[in-house]
Ligand binder design. Structure first.
Ligand SMILES: [Zn+2]
Length: 479
């Protein structure tokens, strides 16, 4: 059919990952470039993935941990922003300022790059006594960070959507415990919902959030050998509380500063899903985040149209809960339709033809493996969820194996450089020092990813500076 080629993916994942990735994002209609450089339009098919993440988030984080949603303004007065000096210094290069004189002091206003400062200004009025704690608030919003590097849809844009949670606790122990609990729940969302395996651990001093005591992270590893930081949870200690004047009357009737954390994950995850699972035919989505889990395509032959369409309609109705698409249009050939729904990442295709009907069966085709199977029509209600579950599980396991196969442990500088050349995710016992970390980045292009929670026996010296090794760190290039 004319024009059929142009809708397919022209680039190859294994040859030019970045071009292939952009093509999949655009042609599967998840997103498009906006007029203003560095911005994107998230289309309904892309936004529905974000909605699935939000739904899951409510179940895994809001409800069990007692977090409430709220909303704070997008503009932050410069004076708020500058209160915590490390925070201000860390974010200044990427803040977009508004110079309109909107306040009585003609103060400059920042478009939020994150909302700690504006939220904590409110918290200083809301928190009075230990009875007001813990305070747990999350907001879903957009943020702007004026990136100068090339735009990568979902992965690096100047504006993106995220959630940011900001909790306040009476004690350090409670705060630390929940900071870790949240990163573990992020891992669950990433792996169980999106099928993206992640390392979970602690960031280095250099890579931690500006103004935090320490930062925990989930890190995915993409097929091009780059890590993708997918979510972070920061223990802020009492630093922000002190500069924003958040204090409470304790059980001992004395004034105390509370302990705080903040935590976020963003639409970047959608990019992670696309890059992890998709192939040269287009988008592959884990069924749990697919808006339409299946497509039904009647194979219409002359003389048999009525029967096939009638049966297809019955099948469609019986599988309503999977939000199926029914494509019975006669404008395109079945082959054309197959490619189109493969491109769009519909997890399962059901083909219904006249010959199948004689036997009372249909053909099922998995999007991820393109594997075909037959099912009796009367068994579909049982068969379909089984196959969808298998797809969900297989996608995760395949990605997990790829990540595990990429990990190597190195003991020398040469092994490290060799590993970087081969796009590996490198682990190494090292000194933990920022100067050494900067040197490694300059010499090899690798950044520290995290130190995982597993107990490790550390031995020897750091291969880069010869000082005593204190922890096992993961290194790689990153997005
Ligand atoms: Zn070192």
């Amino acid at each position: 059919m004319e024009g059929k080629k142009s809708i397919g993916i022209q680039s190859k994942k294994e040859e030019d990952l970045s071009k292939w990735y952009e093509e999949v994002c655009l042609k599967s209609e998840l997103v498009e470039f906006a007029k203003v450089k560095g911005f994107m339009v998230i289309r309904p098919r892309g936004y529905s993935i974000w909605e699935k993440i939000k739904e899951n988030f409510e179940k895994i984080i809001n409800k069990p941990l007692g977090v409430k949603n709220a909303y704070f303004p997008i503009l932050i007065p410069e004076s708020f922003f500058k209160k915590e000096s490390e925070h201000a210094e860390g974010f200044t290069p990427e803040v977009a300022w508004i110079d309109k004189e909107l306040t009585k002091d003609s103060e400059r206003l920042a478009i939020r790059p994150t909302s700690e400062t504006i939220m904590y200004n409110s918290y200083s009025r809301w928190i009075r006594s230990y009875k007001d704690l813990p305070l747990k608030i999350n907001q879903w919003c957009n943020i702007v960070r004026w990136e100068t590097k090339a735009t990568r849809l979902f992965l690096r844009t100047r504006e993106f959507l995220w959630q940011e949670g900001h909790n306040v606790y009476e004690t350090d122990e409670e705060c630390e415990k929940e900071t870790i609990e949240i990163i573990k729940r992020y891992k669950k969302i990433s792996e169980d919902l999106l099928g993206i395996p992640v390392l979970v651990g602690k960031k280095s001093e250099k890579e931690k959030f500006a103004g935090a005591k320490h930062t925990y992270t989930i890190e995915a590893f993409m097929p091009d050998g780059k890590a993708l930081q997918c979510g972070t949870s920061h223990n802020l200690g009492q630093g922000f509380a002190k500069v924003f004047g958040i204090s409470f009357l304790g059980r001992d009737e004395k004034k105390h500063f509370p302990f705080q954390n903040s935590w976020g994950l963003s639409t970047r995850l959608i990019g992670g899903v696309v890059m992890t699972h998709s192939d040269n035919s287009g988008l592959v989505l884990p069924p749990k985040v697919a808006e339409n889990q299946l497509v039904i395509i009647p194979l219409i032959f002359k003389g048999k149209e009525k029967e096939v369409l009638k049966k297809s309609e019955e099948v469609f109705k019986s599988l309503k809960k999977f939000n199926p698409i029914m494509d019975n249009s006669e404008d395109y050939s079945p082959g054309y339709k197959f490619s189109e729904y493969e491109l769009k990442g519909i997890p399962l295709r059901i083909e219904i033809g006249p010959r199948d009907l004689e036997k009372g069966v249909v053909t099922l085709v998995r999007r991820d493996t393109k594997e075909k199977s037959e099912s009796k029509i009367k068994d579909l209600q049982k068969e379909v969820p089984k196959i969808l579950e298998r797809i969900q599980k297989d996608l995760f396991l395949k990605a997990k194996k790829r990540m595990e196969d990429s990990i190597i442990k190195v003991k020398t500088k040469e092994e490290f450089e060799e590993g970087m050349k081969n796009k590996k995710l490198i682990k190494m016992d090292w000194c933990g020092k920022t100067v050494c970390e900067e040197k490694i980045k300059d010499e090899t292009g690798a950044t520290t990813r995290c130190v995982t929670f597993e107990k490790k026996k550390i031995s020897g010296n750091c291969p880069f500076c010869s000082e005593k090794a204190i922890e096992e760190m993961y290194f790689s290039r990153s997005y």
